[in-house]
Design a protein around this ligand. Structure first.
Ligand SMILES: [Ca+2]
Length: 181
């Protein structure tokens, strides 16, 4: 009986050890999103940088997909990164090569245009999935982005009119000061 208990104990220990070992060898993808703050209303070609890292010790398996949800006020014009296959509609990138534990995929660059009436701040959300990741809680990155008001540009006709008015005023002033002969 004792012998059976021992064998059972050993078996449980082996199983627990195997389970712990397999758990620690799982991939765990995490995503990071960065930008240079702030953007400006009407800005063309503002960029976000998206990084995907394998925080686990096991390699990824299968396709890894990154999707991005742009807020109102931003329009994507390019989404690319070495080794990634990307589309603008939907806004997503995929790749199927293996990422070893503690490894990082090449950085993705998302280029956007900022609407002239974009709000003072927006939040851009990126998400990674697939690759055998079983820990989705850390697969999402929210990037709060401040947007400055656009610098007002005076329309050219107004600028010309104002310049002519100033010149005319100066000329009149000089003429008025000149003593009559
Ligand atoms: Ca994860």
């Amino acid at each position: 009986m004792r012998s059976l208990s021992c064998r059972l104990g050993v078996l449980v220990a082996i199983c627990l050890g195997a389970a712990a070992g397999s758990a620690s060898a799982q991939p765990n993808l995490v995503i990071v999103k960065l930008h240079t703050n702030p953007f400006t209303q009407g800005q063309v070609g503002a960029t976000y940088f998206i990084g995907v890292h394998n925080f686990g010790t096991g390699p990824t398996a299968g396709t890894v997909t990154v999707t991005d949800t742009l807020p109102a006020g931003l329009t994507a014009t390019a989404f690319a990164g070495p080794g990634w296959t990307c589309t603008l509609t939907p806004l997503a990138c995929t790749r199927s090569d293996v990422l070893a534990g503690a490894g990082t995929f090449p950085t993705l660059t998302l280029t956007v245009n900022v609407a002239i009436n974009a709000p003072a701040s927006v939040t851009n959300v990126a998400q990674v999935s697939g690759g055998g990741d079983t820990t989705p809680d850390d697969n999402r990155a929210s990037d709060l982005t401040d947007i400055l008001p656009a610098v007002p540009v005076m329309p050219l006709p107004w600028l010309v009119t104002l310049t002519l008015l100033l010149v005319a005023t100066a000329a009149w002033s000089l003429r008025a000061r000149r003593p009559h002969a």
